[in-house]
Design a protein around this ligand. Structure first.
Ligand code: SF4
Length: 349
């Protein structure tokens, strides 16, 4: 469905993910600028980019972990991780150079992880905490610390790493997610694992864990697809200036958690759709998780300050201001796991 507003046509979304839902919960005006107008601050944000690049390094680590490292296995892992290109010659020379680098290294898996990091990082400068050197130290520490794992990786590994899924929520509305990895972890059974980079490891950082909206969505998708999915795990890598701690939080989960997740997901998505209908995007700087007080300031704080006399209708008449670019958040694709509410309910019955 499309709505006409002074700045143009707005497409009402029919796919949601945990970030989009979380942005509305934190502040509807944030949602308005980020997802209705598609605005983003014009300076790349280091933290999420670093997190994504570390995810790539971990994906490479687990593609090769415990492998005998034959030419075929290395080439297979490089082919999976290589950034997409339509030029076959570029693809061939990129993989060949990466392969040579790995073969010349005394630490081939670490070299492969850093190649995956670099492909995602794309020469970004970073900051004092998140840069290529700290990634090097962090990945090295991670690989040494988790030399042996309490879980088994399933084959073919690429099917259990970065697993996309789509839930049918209601009507023509869907929920999209991507699980970092799914492993076989006795005594829990299959466990979805979510990698997080974080400045601190304190348990309080993870009190969101229960309820853990993002994780319980993963659990429901995994439980629909595989037998015996009994827990979720958050795998934390600390990215502070001098500390590179590692921590894992694993929590058993039941069908009731999925039921509660589904109920919350329907309510929160319905609330967002209602906002489109009523066109109400209030500033909520004091609300739960409000970005004004969380993290110091959200990326739209200068807009809230300079537009502080404006209603959202007046904001509608403003072009996206200088200092911001239009860059819509569209992380979804067709997930490998597709579930329906009916399937979920049947699975629980
Ligand atoms: S500055 Fe505060 S009120 Fe304004 S969009 Fe950000 S979180 Fe919302």
């Amino acid at each position: 469905m499309e709505i006409e507003r002074p700045f143009g046509l707005v497409v009402v979304p029919d796919i949601f993910d945990s970030s989009i839902i979380g942005d509305n919960q934190s502040c509807p005006r944030y949602y308005y600028w980020r997802h209705v107008r598609g605005a983003e601050i014009d300076t790349p944000s280091v933290a999420p980019h670093f997190g994504t690049s570390i995810h790539s390094a971990l994906q490479m680590h687990y593609l090769l972990h415990d492998k005998s490292l034959t030419v075929e296995e290395i080439m297979h892992a490089l082919t999976i991780m290589m950034p997409p290109t339509r030029d076959e010659k570029i693809a061939y020379s990129t993989i060949r150079e990466a392969f040579q680098e790995i073969m010349n290294s005394s630490e081939p898996i670490h070299a492969a992880c850093m190649i995956a990091f670099d492909w995602a990082w794309q020469d970004m400068e970073g900051d004092a905490i998140r840069n290529r050197n700290t990634a090097d130290v962090l990945i090295n520490r991670y690989r040494g610390y988790y030399l042996t794992e309490p879980f088994t990786l399933m084959e073919p590994r690429e099917n259990y790493l970065e697993v996309g899924f789509t839930y049918h929520l209601f009507g023509d509305i869907y929920y999209f997610g991507r699980i970092d990895m799914v492993v076989d972890w006795p005594p829990y059974g299959k466990v979805p694992i979510d990698h997080k980079t974080s400045r601190n490891l304190g348990k309080s950082k993870f009190l969101e864990f229960n309820p853990f909206f993002q994780g319980d969505g993963y659990l429901g998708a995994a439980r629909h697809h595989w037998d015996r999915v009994g827990a979720i795990c958050v795998n934390v890598l600390q990215t502070a200036k001098t500390k590179h701690g590692l921590e894992r939080f694993i929590e058993p989960r039941t069908d009731d958690h999925i039921e509660a997740w589904y109920s919350d997901a329907v309510d929160w998505v319905s609330e967002i759709l209602e906002r489109f209908e009523k066109w109400r995007w209030p500033r909520d700087k004091g609300g739960y998780g409000g970005y004004c007080t969380h993290w110091g300031a959200c990326q739209f704080r200068s807009l809230c300050v300079s537009h502080d006399y404006m209603t959202v209708e007046q904001c509608d008449r403003q072009p996206i201001p200088g200092g911001y670019i239009e860059n819509r958040w569209e992380p979804w694709d067709t997930g490998a796991i597709t579930t329906t509410v009916e399937d979920l309910k049947e699975g629980r019955a």
